[in-house]
Structure formats: C-alpha cells, structure tokens
Design a protein around this ligand. Structure first.
Ligand code: NAP
Length: 307
C-alpha cells in the first residue's frame, strides 16, 4: 500500500520537484498540503502542521519544504507525533539541531531523511565509484548562478539562517563529501556580504583533505547568462569533471554520461526504501562545512543587492 504523505510549505521546490516526483512514485500518495497561503485543488489543506497532525493520523510521513530557519520546529512537531520526516536541504539552520533531530527520531521510532538532492544527479554515484581507489591531487568547485533567476522574491535567503550563496553552494558540498574517499576540512574563506543584506552573495573557500590534497570552492550568485555548476577533480593520471550540477560526467575529456534531471525521483525512491527498512539517513557533513566556513570566513562588505 502507498505511504500517505503531506507536503509542508508549498513554495518553489515543492511545486517544481516534490509534487511531480510524488505523483510519479506508486509508493507514495499525496494526502495533504500544509501551507499558510497556498492550496492545491483536490488535496486536503491545512494552514498549520499541528492541525494536520491532529486531524490526519493516517498520514504517516511529511516532507518539509520550508526554508531552513523553521525546519527544526516543524520536524520536532512531526517526530513527536510519530511521523516519518523528509527534510529539504539544508536540513536545518544549525548543525546541532539536525544532530538532535536525528536522536529524537530514533527515540520515537520514526525515519528521518536529510535529503541532499544533488547527490542524486546521475553522474555523482559513478564519480564516487571511480574515485574510490584513486590518488586525488586537487579538487576545484565553481558554482556560479543568477540569484534573481533562481530565488525571485525569496527574502529568507538573505536573512540570518538563510545562508545566502551557501544555499546553492551546499549542493556542491553535498556532492564533494559524497564522491571523495576521505573527509575535507575548511582552512579559510572569504565571504562577500552585500551592504544591505545579512548573508553572503559570494564565497571563496579553501579546504584541505585529510589525505593532503587541496580543494577550492568559488560560489557566486551574480552570474548572468549561462550558469556554472562544475566540479573538477585532478587525479594521478587524468581528470574527472562533473558539470551541470552532476548530470554530466567526463573522464579525461570523454563524456561518460549526460543525463536528464531525475534527482527528486531518486530522493523519493530512497525515502521509500528507508520507510521499508525503518531506517534514517542523516549526513550533516555538508552543513558542517558551511558552518565552518562561516566561523573562519573573513567578511567583506560589497555593493548592496537590490532585487
Ligand atoms: P520558497 O519558494 O520561498 O518556499 C518556501 C515555502 O515555505 C513558502 O512557500 C512557505 O509556504 C513555507 N514557509 C513556512 N514557514 C515559512 C517561513 N517562516 N518563512 C518563509 N516561508 C515559510 O522556497 P523554496 O525555493 O521552495 O525553498 C525551500 C527549501 O527548498 C529551501 O531550503 C531550499 O534550499 C530548498 N531547495 C530549493 C530549490 C529551488 O530551486 N528553489 C532547489 C532545491 C532545494 P507557505 O506559504 O505555503 O506556508
């Protein structure tokens, strides 16, 4: 029987990705929407999560598609009501709250899934397998996009906890921490924060792998025209390149794979398997790197950002 699931927060990502992936997956049935402002025709609607949890005990899972600043409160309420929880990325506004939620879910016997959608880009898993036994010399990430195009009218990204350019940048870090055989540590960062905002519009980060090789990341939200989501890994005898956010994989200049975007289909397939096995999947390592870059980072004030 399909799992009844509710979406909490009917914004851009819920409409663009969660609704289509849920409707395609026979393991799930969309049973309710929790939204302060929006409704979906033909689907039960609640303006608060607490109302939904009380009225629909048959709904055993929720997908939290809100901004990160309010994720912990919603997740805590759902877990205490013994519902399984899927968290959009980033899984929270702090590292400690996500770790705490993981323990809370275990205490209540429910599954917690901290999703990292970029890990389901089709080039990522083959890249991880390819790199598993290689000696890596360096990694360079360039993640440059146009904030006006991808985040129109989203004030929360500029507020404390919204993470600014780390909101897309953490997707690159979720791939990095998945494909490298050893952990990386932040060694320095420069964060460019618009004069009228609280969060960075650009960031340069230096990392060192515990195995010794350098990693750099260049995140920028001011790129108009073609968008860049590239990770280049130099190895002993060649080069591995992931581009288009992980959908395209090249090794030594030869294209191995250029796939369609099926990231959220992969997320819901994995959630179904977690529910079947009664397991959680919570990896905080990308969020930890953002926290560390924010702790170590030199702040440079730059031109005000006017949308
Ligand atoms: P969004 O369009 O602003 O939607 C967020 C929704 O959360 C709002 O529609 C709002 O829905 C709800 N919400 C509940 N409490 C809120 C609060 N205190 N402040 C603001 N909104 C609140 O944002 P989004 O782009 O969908 O992003 C949501 C999450 O998905 C973020 O963590 C983001 O990183 C992640 N994500 C986004 C994208 C993308 O392309 N945009 C891609 C991947 C992941 P109601 O009015 O319905 O309550």
């Amino acid at each position: 029987m399909a799992h009844s699931i509710a979406i909490v927060g009917l914004g851009k990502i819920a409409r663009d990705q969660h609704l289509p992936s849920i409707s395609k997956n026979p393991d799930f049935e969309l049973a309710a929407i929790v939204s302060r402002n929006a409704e979906l025709e033909g689907v039960d609607h609640f303006t608060s999560l607490d109302q939904m949890l009380a009225a629909r005990p048959d709904i055993k899972s929720v997908a939290l598609c809100t901004p990160p600043q309010v994720r912990r409160q919603y997740a805590e309420a759902a877990i205490r009501a013994r519902r399984h929880v899927l968290l959009e990325k980033p899984p929270g506004a702090t590292v400690a709250e996500v770790d705490w939620l993981k323990n809370l879910a275990a205490e209540h016997g429910v599954a917690l899934f901290a999703t990292w959608h970029s890990r389901y880009a089709q080039g990522v898993e083959p890249a991880r397998r390819f790199l598993a036994d290689k000696t890596i010399h360096s990694v360079d990430i360039v993640w440059r996009e146009d904030v006006r195009r991808w985040h129109p009218g989203q004030d929360w990204i500029w507020e404390p906890g919204g993470m600014g350019v780390f909101d897309p940048g953490i997707n690159a870090l979720s791939i990095l921490t998945h494909i490298l055989p050893a952990p990386v540590l932040v060694t320095g960062a420069v964060l460019e924060v618009p004069a009228n905002r609280q969060t960075p519009i650009a960031a340069e980060i230096d990392f060192a792998s515990v195995t010794g090789h350098p990693v750099t990341a260049d995140f920028d939200w001011r790129q108009e025209g073609p968008q860049t989501w590239d990770i280049t890994v130099r190895i002993d005898a060649g080069l591995l390149e992931l581009s288009a956010g992980g959908a395209v994989l090249r090794i030594d200049g030869q294209t191995q794979l250029a796939a369609d975007d099926t990231e959220y289909d992969g997320i819901y397939a994995h959630f179904a398997s977690l529910l079947a096995g009664g397991e959680s999947d919570v990896d905080i390592s990308p969020l930890q790197l953002v926290a560390d870059a924010s702790m170590l980072g030199e702040i440079r004030k730059v031109e005000a950002f006017i949308e």
